[in-house]
Design a protein around this ligand. Sequence first.
Ligand code: FES
Length: 197
Amino acid sequence: MSEYLEDRRKLLAATAGAGAVAAAATAVPFVASLTPSSRAQAAGAPVEADVSKLAAGEMMTVEWRGKPVWILRRTPEMLAALEGHEQRLADPASAEKQQPGYAANRHRSINPEFLVVIGICTHLGCSPSEKFAPGAAQGMREDWPGGFLCPCHGSIFDLAGRVYLSQPAPTNLEVPPYQWLSEAVVRIGDDGSGDSA
Ligand code: FES
């Protein structure tokens, strides 16, 4: 086991309990709060999000088909951080079918600035936590480039949702179909191809 993984295992031992509680606490109220009509909407309809107020480095969440979809507005530094660790990723070039073709690139998005990804771990479905700060500031290793940590079993993903090698999660986070209706409005669940509904 690498030094990196040992460090992460210690961190997980300290945070796994809190993460499990947080996951349970957020999952139940969302489902319970849906009315029948909103439940039907959540089941299939595309959703639109206005990102005009999203500052660089911030992330917002919208619900699509009952799933959290993250929209992360990456800074130039975050985009630069997508390079340099790719030899430690399981699928750096997005060869697996975890995204539409227009997101099969290093930044896994249409517009490099905006990551649009389903915020559900591809292992057993927990919600990964933000670990955007590079380095050890958020309890990660010194050479951490920024990304996400799943609190349930420790899978780690970079700032494009690409999973690291030898993680419980087998694949990158899933990118939903989407399209930009304008510079500020993204439509999730419909990319205009007719295949995404
Ligand atoms: S559910 Fe994320 S690592 Fe297991």
